[in-house]
Design a protein around this ligand. Structure first.
Ligand code: 6PG
Length: 477
C-alpha cells in the first residue's frame, strides 16, 4: 500500500496533523529526523488509522502515492530549506511539497519559484489553531498553484475545522506566498485582539477595581454577545485560574513580559513596506516589546503620574459596559486594518484574494475564530470591493454607536494613568479617517520649506514650491 499523504517533522503540530489525516481515513506516511519520534507516534496512536512509519528520506518518498503530497512541519526558516534540499531531489514532476509552518511569505515565494523549475508544486500553507486545532480541525490557508489545490483541497477540506454553517475552514487563498501572507496577517490580528483584551482587563482591574475572578465573569458574559470568540473564552479561563503553589490568581504570579516569535512583527514590517496603516497591530507588537524592557521599566519607576482611583460598585458596572463598547469598536478597527493589509498584499503580488473567503475560513479552527468573522464575511459578500470594513453600513453604525463610550473609557484611562495603546491607536485611526481636513497639509508645507519637496494645491492641478528663502512667491515645480 502507499500513502496519500506524508508528514515529516513530528513535533507536536506535525504529529497532530498526521493523526488528523489518519483519523479521517487517509493512509499517512511518517518521517522524522530522529526516527524515535516516528516509532513513538505509531506506538501511541497507531490504532487511530493507517500509518506507514519510515526511517529514511528515500523510504519516506517511496511510500507516497503519485503525485506525492509531502507535508513539512518543521521550524520555519533554515530547517525548511534543509528539508526541501533533502527531499526535492527524490521527487518527480507534479509532486507537491506542502509547508505548514509559519514561514515568511517572501521565503515561500522564493521556494515556490525554485521548485517550479523542477515542476514540483510548493504549497505554502498557513495552519492555525495550535495543537488542538491541528488534531481536531485547524483553519487552513494554502497558497500555491491551482493544480496543487485541485489535488490537495479535498483532503484539507476533510481535516479542517468546520464553520457553524458546516463550511470547511479552508480555501485556496492565491498563488505562491498568498497563504502564508494571510496567515501572517491572521497572527497580526491575533496580537491586536490579545492586546485589546489585555487593556480591557487592566482597566477593569485598576479603574473599576474588579478581581481577576470577577473579570473572568465579565468576559464570560461578553462571550455570549457580539464579542463571542475563542480568545475571550480562554481569557476567562486564564483569569479564573488560581496558582496552586501560592493560592494567588495565576495572572498575578506570571512575569509581565510578553514574548513573540515574529509573525506579528512581520505583519507590521510588511505593512510599512506596503504603506498600510496597521497602527493597532503595531501597538500590540510594541506593547510586547516594551513589556520586555525590564531595566528601562525599573529605571522609570519613580516617574510621576496619577494613581488610579477606584470606582464605586455602581460606577464600576457602568464602566465595564463602556469598556465592552471600547473593546468592540477597537476590534472593528484592527480587522479593518488587517484586511486592508491583505487587500494591499493581494494587489502588490497579484493574488486576487477573496477577502470574504478569508473571513469565512477564519470563522472556525483558528486562534481568532469568532462570531464576528461571519459578519465580516457578510460585509464582503454584500460588496466584494468594499474600500474598508468601516465603509460597511452595519460596522459603521456599530462603531458610531460605541464611540461615546469608547471616548469616555479613554478619558478615564488617560486621567488615571492606565496605558491603552491599542484602544487609543484605534480611536486615532477612526478619527483620522473621518476627518475632513488633516494636518498633513502643514506637513507638506514644512517639507517644502526645508527641502523644496513641493506640494499640490486644493484648487489647481500640478506641483508647486514656495520660495521660502526669497520673496515667498509660488512657482510651478
Ligand atoms: C495559530 C497561532 C500560532 C502560534 C503563534 C504564537 O494561529 O495557531 O498564531 O501560529 O501560536 O504564532 O505567536 P507568538 O509566539 O508570536 O505569540
Amino acid at each position: 500500500t502507499s500513502a496519500q499523504i506524508g508528514v515529516t517533522g513530528l513535533a507536536v503540530m506535525g504529529r497532530n496533523l498526521a493523526r488528523n489525516f489518519a483519523r479521517n481515513g487517509y493512509t499517512v506516511a511518517l518521517h522524522n529526523r530522529t526516527s524515535a519520534k516516528t516509532r513513538a507516534l505509531v506506538e501511541e496512536f497507531g490504532d487511530e488509522g493507517d500509518f506507514i512509519a519510515t526511517e529514511s528520506a528515500e523510504e519516506f518518498v517511496a511510500a507516497l502515492e503519485r503525485p506525492r503530497r509531502l507535508v513539512v512541519m518543521v521550524k520555519a526558516g533554515e530547517a525548511t530549506d534543509a528539508v526541501i534540499k533533502e527531499f526535492a531531489p527524490l521527487m518527480e514532476p507534479g509532486d507537491m511539497i506542502i509547508d505548514g509552518g509559519n514561514a515568511h511569505f517572501a521565503d515561500t515565494r522564493r521556494r515556490e519559484r525554485e521548485l517550479r523549475e523542477q515542476d514540483i508544486h510548493f504549497v505554502g500553507t498557513g495552519v492555525s489553531g495550535g495543537e488542538e486545532g491541528a488534531l481536531n480541525g485547524p483553519s487552513i490557508m494554502p497558497g500555491g498553484s491551482p493544480e496543487s489545490y485541485a489535488s490537495l483541497g479535498p483532503m484539507l477540506e476533510k481535516i479542517s475545522a468546520k464553520a457553524e454553517d458546516g463550511a470547511p475552514c479552508v480555501t485556496h487563498v492565491g498563488a505562491d506566498g498568498a497563504g502564508h501572507f494571510v496567515k501572517m496577517v491572521h497572527n497580526g490580528i491575533e496580537y491586536a485582539d490579545m492586546q485589546l483584551i489585555a487593556e480591557a482587563y487592566q482597566l477593569l482591574r485598576e479603574v473599576a477595581g474588579y478581581s481577576p475572578a470577577q473579570i473572568a465573569d465579565i468576559f464570560r458574559t461578553w462571550n455570549t454577545g457580539r464579542l463571542d470568540s475563542y480568545l475571550i473564552e480562554i481569557t476567562a479561563e486564564v483569569l479564573k485560574h488560581v496558582d496552586a503553589a501560592t493560592g494567588k490568581p495565576f495572572v498575578d504570579v506570571v512575569q509581565d513580559q510578553a514574548e513573540q516569535k515574529g509573525t506579528g512583527r512581520w505583519t507590521v514590517q510588511i505593512a510599512l513596506d506596503l504603506g498600510v496603516p496597521v497602527s493597532g497591530i503595531a501597538e500590540a507588537v510594541f506593547a510586547r516589546s516594551l513589556s520586555g524592557h525590564s531595566e528601562l521599566r525599573a529605571a522609570s519607576q519613580g516617574l510621576p503620574g496619577p494613581t488610579a482611583q477606584q470606582l464605586s460598585e455602581a460606577e464600576a458596572g457602568a464602566f465595564a459596559d463602556q469598556v465592552e463598547q471600547a473593546l468592540y469598536a477597537s476590534k472593528i478597527v484592527s480587522y479593518t486594518q488587517g484586511f486592508h493589509e491583505i487587500a494591499a498584499g493581494s494587489e502588490e503580488y497579484g493574488w486576487d484574494i477573496d477577502l470574504g473567503a478569508v473571513a469565512a475560513i477564519w470563522r472556525g479552527g483558528c486562534i481568532i475564530r469568532a462570531a464576528f468573522l461571519d459578519r465580516i464575511r457578510a460585509a464582503y459578500d454584500t460588496r466584494a470591493d468594499l474600500p474598508s470594513l468601516l465603509s460597511d453600513k452595519t460596522f459603521a453604525q456599530e462603531i458610531g454607536a460605541a464611540q461615546d463610550d469608547w471616548r469616555a473609557v479613554l478619558v478615564a484611562a488617560t486621567r488615571q494613568g492606565v496605558p491603552t495603546p491599542g484602544f487609543s491607536a484605534a480611536l486615532a485611526y477612526y478619527d483620522a479617517l473621518r476627518a475632513d481636513r488633516l494636518p498633513a497639509a502643514l506637513t507638506q508645507g514644512q517639507r517644502d520649506y526645508f527641502g523644496a519637496h513641493t506640494y499640490r494645491r486644493t484648487d489647481r492641478e500640478g506641483s508647486f514650491h514656495t520660495l521660502w528663502g526669497g520673496d515667498r512667491s509660488e512657482v510651478g515645480a
